[in-house]
Write a protein that binds this ligand. Structure first.
Ligand code: 475
Length: 835
């Protein structure tokens, strides 16, 4: 308020308001100005990188004008805001997205051409913002796009990692990790050196009596790390709403203590302290669906949660409302259990800082539409637990509060189930193990008013397995489902512009990009010859583009008329890339056994893999190695030629997904039933006219419901059978599928080299209980691939399937997800501009 310009001078401000560029001439002016001033260059040394930088700065300026207005409007209207807390935001590139969302891509294209550049080359200069591992992080990014596009007052809160997910290189068939230093030039962030929060760690808790004679806890000592805000504007599509993603960066507090050290000549240790503070936001943990329980990870979590809550509370307090109104002003969504400490931190602020009584504070914390918790996985190795001793050391006051929350919770459970001792042990927030552990999911459920899974099967499974007792305690209404979705702006309009334009031309507008259910009108066109032809041509052109990329990056020639079979996602045993590569080997052996005449009749295939293995996940790395080893044999086998090519595409990320998704004929979503919570790439592929082969798992089930059984290839055992099968493997006799056994023999013969390396993958199936049911599903997997081949031979019908499936994908827009969250969990309304 103090910084506000007095009324008499505001006229001058209004007169001089910055205007957004509207024409390609005005855009060019901005680009040249940025080249000449912001970058201190000229037309004599403006390479594509500089042109990218200047273009991005021109768009950033534009976004920030809308951003300012959006924030002013939201503050003025004082409406309820959503805060999406996520340790991961897998944003990918921003420039193309910004140009399309503000509707200025054609303008920019013309302007850049005039200045001597091709827009694709400029877009290609951008380094992906890869602050995430996989599904969970990309979901957060899609949700930000939808929140802004639908005009919701919403902020994302995350960490500004100096290093995003590592860059993957493949050397001699093995994965090698290279650090992803992405910040050397990032035009999309605004450092807010004036927006900082002091975050405390370690120290001890003292009970003191305050002036009113009340005993209160004081957390003192320890160390302070400063959180500095960096803001990233999030433009909505076809709306001026531009939301904010606030990422925190850590820096040393640099207080007097430092200064003294510095002056006394202990320069090194004062620098060391600074580096230690900066370590917190240094690196994204590269594990997907796995928690390793590292101390620094817990530090990251508290650092980010404390800074974000302080910020949220600061904003709330500006409105001078009573604390009771907090849940009416603020909805916080916890993306997995990673931000669960927010529940404890809010309780701490309310009782220790604001002086509220425990009960009132807890009522606010657990108030309707305050905290929501999204679970993304049932895999036991991914469920977060922290040793009590570690929490005690790092956050002594928080541990006390956790114990109190648990005490009151268990007391109420005891009242509810007086004769059941076991339930107390099972649901306790503290696991009575050696060492004792804090169960973050239990804490998240106790502190949230709603818990959701991410696809129907997954939401049912959490209610009947890992969170069963909590359904008994709180009733089924605390649990709900919000099936995941994807933003059609990035995953159709941006990734597949020709398909988007074809659809727009048939539907009469681009409205479908904000109301994806309109795609259903395409069904009327499935018999339109011309339309089908154009549809097929676009797929072919996308395959040609991918083939070109494959040639450039791997040197392998692939035939764009072959069936492109794609599996791109994090490498994980539960996702079963091993099933896929075993299937590929089976196909290779089958082809080899044929006469040349028989071979001629076969359908050519290109098997494409991509994805990162967590650096510490040895088995996943072996899977990558096997894929590459098979590729180097098959791709050089003259008997095989074009009939089969096997490729591993290096460094799969968001911008590569934008090339790959539009180019698939079939993609693989083949997790062991009951393990993949939802999957979201399944949706991306179908939306781009690719069909899928998959198990009855995650969102595959709802995709089947929507597109119809004829337009998807399902195979494999069902989730309900998995437990019995596993039991039988361990306690009964376990026979391996004969075709799979032949594949194993071939590997063990040394056909693909490295017999020793691959033996563990085989042993996992043969000797260690085949936990992921690779052998059980192998036969139906192979048979289903035969059906795929057959179906693909009938190109006419294949295109009909492709169009029909796309027409029925409306449900999987992340816009639908956001409306469901807004309605059923957050209780917030959009706030569009009224003009
Ligand atoms: C699911 N990541 C997908 C996607 O809902 C689902 C967990 C712990 C530590 C680090 N990362 C994680 C995940 O659990 C994760 O990415 N889960 C994924 O969330 C969005 O579509 O099925 O595996």
């Amino acid at each position: 308020v103090e910084a506000s310009i007095p009324e008499p001078q505001r006229e001058a401000w209004k007169r001089n308001q910055t205007a957004a560029f509207k024409s390609s001439d005005e855009f060019e002016k901005e680009v040249v100005r940025h080249v000449e001033t912001s970058l201190a260059r000229s037309m004599f040394n403006c390479d594509e990188k500089a042109a990218y930088s200047a273009t991005s700065l021109a768009f950033r300026d534009r976004l920030i004008l809308d951003w300012n207005k959006t924030q002013q409007r939201q503050t003025y209207r004082d409406s309820k805001r959503v805060y999406y807390l996520s340790l991961e935001f897998l944003m990918g590139r921003a420039l193309d997205n910004a140009m399309l969302n503000v509707g200025m891509k054609d303008t920019a294209k013309a302007g850049l051409a005039d200045l001597g550049f091709r827009i694709e080359d400029i877009i290609g200069q951008e380094h992906d913002a890869a602050l995430g591992n996989g599904g969970l992080g990309r979901l957060a990014a899609c949700f930000l796009d939808s929140l802004a596009s639908l005009d919701f007052p919403a902020w994302g809160y995350g960490l500004r990692y100096r290093y995003g997910i590592f860059k993957q290189e493949i050397i001699d068939g093995y994965q090698v990790e290279v650090p992803d230093y992405w910040l050397d030039f990032n035009p999309w962030e605004f450092p807010r050196h004036d927006v900082t929060v002091d975050v405390q760690f370690f120290g001890s808790v003292k009970k003191v009596t305050n002036e009113e004679g009340k005993s209160v806890a004081v957390w003192e000592g320890g160390e302070i790390v400063v959180a500095v805000a960096y803001d990233v504007p999030i433009p909505g599509y076809d709306t001026p709403t531009t939301n904010n993603l606030r990422l925190w960066s850590s820096k040393a507090s640099g207080g007097e203590f430092d200064f003294q050290k510095f002056n006394s000549g202990d320069y090194e240790s004062s620098v060391a302290e600074q580096q230690r503070a900066e370590t917190i936001s240094n690196v994204l943990y590269p594990n997907d669906n796995l928690e390793r329980g590292k101390e620094l990870r817990l530090k990251q979590q508290y650092f980010w949660v404390a800074a974000s809550l302080y910020d949220i509370v600061r904003r709330f307090k500006k409105s001078k409302r009573a604390w009771r109104e907090f849940p009416e002003q603020v909805a916080i969504q916890l993306n997995d259990t990673h931000p669960t400490l927010a529940i404890v931190e809010l309780q701490r602020i309310l009782i220790d800082v604001e002086g509220l009584e425990w009960d009132l504070a807890w009522e606010i914390v657990t108030g309707t539409s305050q905290f929501g918790y999204t679970n993304h996985t049932v895999l036991p190795e991914a469920l977060e637990k922290w040793p009590v001793g570690l929490v005690q050391h790092l956050l002594p006051r928080h541990l006390q509060i956790i114990y109190d929350i648990n005490l009151f919770f268990l007391q109420s459970v005891e009242k509810q189930f007086p004769d059941d001792r076991d339930i107390l042990t099972r649901v306790s927030i503290i696991e009575e193990s050696q060492p004792k552990m804090v169960r973050m999911a239990h804490l998240a459920i106790v502190g949230s008013h709603k818990v959701n899974g991410v696809a129907e099967l997954h939401s049912d499974l959490i209610k009947t397995t890992i969170f069963k007792d909590f359904v008994e305690i709180y009733g089924p209404d605390r649990f709900t489902n919000v099936t995941n979705g994807i933003t059609p702006r990035r995953w159709l309009h941006q990734a597949n512009p020709r398909l988007s334009e074809l659809i727009a031309s048939k539907l009469g507008s681009h409205e479908f990009l904000k109301d994806l259910s309109q795609l259903n009108k395409l069904e009327l066109l499935v018999q339109d010859k011309e339309f089908k032809k154009e549809w097929a041509e676009i797929k072919f052109a996308n395959k040609v583009r991918l083939a070109k990329y494959i040639k450039e990056t791997t040197g392998v020639n692939v035939n764009p008329s072959a069936l492109f079979d794609v599996q791109v996602k994090r490498i994980h045993e539960y996702k079963r890339q091993q099933l896929n590569i075993f299937g590929v080997i089976h196909r290779y052996l089958t082809l080899k056994a044929m006469t040349p005449a028989e071979r001629k009749k076969q359908l050519p295939r290109v098997s494409i893999f991509g994805g990162k293995a967590a650096p510490g996940y040895w088995m996943a790395k072996q899977i990558i190695h096997l894929i590459n080893a098979v590729g180097s044999v098959v791709n050089n086998d003259e008997d095989i030629g074009d009939l089969l090519k096997v490729l591993f595409l290096e460094d799969y990320n968001v911008s590569k997904a934008e090339i790959i998704c539009p180019a698939s004929d079939i993609s693989e979503h083949i997790s062991t039933a009951g393990t993949e919570a939802s999957g979201t790439s399944n949706m991306k592929f179908v939306l781009n006219g690719g069909l899928i082969i998959g198990t009855c798992d995650g969102a595959n089930i709802e995709i089947t419901r929507e597109v119809g059984e004829n337009n998807i290839f399902l195979f494999g055992n069902l989730a309900e059978d998995v437990e019995d099968l596993r039991h039988a493997h361990t306690y009964g006799s376990h026979t391996i599928d004969p075709d799979l056994a032949k594949v194993f023999e071939e590997i063990q013969k040394g056909t693909f080299g490295s017999v020793h390396d691959f033996s563990a993958m085989i042993a996992a199936v043969k000797d260690h209980g085949d936990y992921y049911l690779v052998s059980d599903d192998f036969h139906s997997y192979i048979e289903t691939h035969k059906l795929v081949d057959e179906a693909y031979r009938d190109q006419e019908q294949w295109v009909v399937k492709s169009i029909t499936a796309v027409a029925r994908m409306g449900f999987f827009s992340s816009d639908r997800c956001i409306y469901e969250y807004a309605d059923g969990i957050w209780n917030v309304e959009p706030l569009p501009r009224r003009d």
